[in-house]
Every structure is written in structure tokens, then in C-alpha cells.
Design a protein. Sequence first.
Length: 129
Amino acid sequence: MKLLLNILWFVFGGWISLLAWLLAGVVLACTVVGLPWAFAAFRIAGFSAAPFGRQVLPRNAVDGSGGSGLLDGLLNVVWFIFAGWWLALQHLVLAILLICSVVGIPFGLQHLKLAGFSLAPVGTRVVET
């Protein structure tokens, strides 16, 4: 079922999200200042291509390490100010529109996951559920 939902997601708009996040990651990687956020953009790109059956967790919850919580937090604050809030707002609007239709409910729920992920992506991992 996850495979079918991921195929439908990708065909009906997931590929646009994938390309947009890949482009953002490439642009961020080309700058020295944006390099820490480029990895987060690539992580979101992979997640936005096929979100069904996957979950976003803090990095230290996945590998058991203490991580660099303070640095991740600071990078997430900068991300939130310059990009996170409006990216999350975009996914929230799409989620509301999709949830208003009965058929779009599963896709709207995935946009809600993407909205949360877009707020603070640094220091997270995408894992299979």
C-alpha cells in the first residue's frame, strides 16, 4: 500500500517538490555559508519524493549519540527565520486544501509531516517505519 501511495504522490506533485528541494540544496551547497543547510535540503528532497512509510526523527534518537544539539539548534533557528516558516506555511496550506477533499486526506497528512520537517530539519534523520 505504501508503494502505491508513494507512486501516486510522486506522479501527482511529489516530483515537483523533489526538484525544488534538490535545486535548493545545490544552490545552498554552492555557497560556503549555506553548506550546513544543503544537507538538510537534500534530506527533505528525499523525504518529499516518497513520504509514505517513512518518519522523521532527531538524529540522536536514531543512532543513540548525544549529537551536537546546540549547533543543530542554532542552525535551525537561522533556518526557521529565513526559510522554515514560509516553507511550513506552504505545506500547511496544501494540507488544508487536500484534507478538505476525502480523497486527498492521506496526501494532506503527508504535507503536515513535511510542514513539521520544514520548520527545523537540521539534526534529523529519515527512517523507515
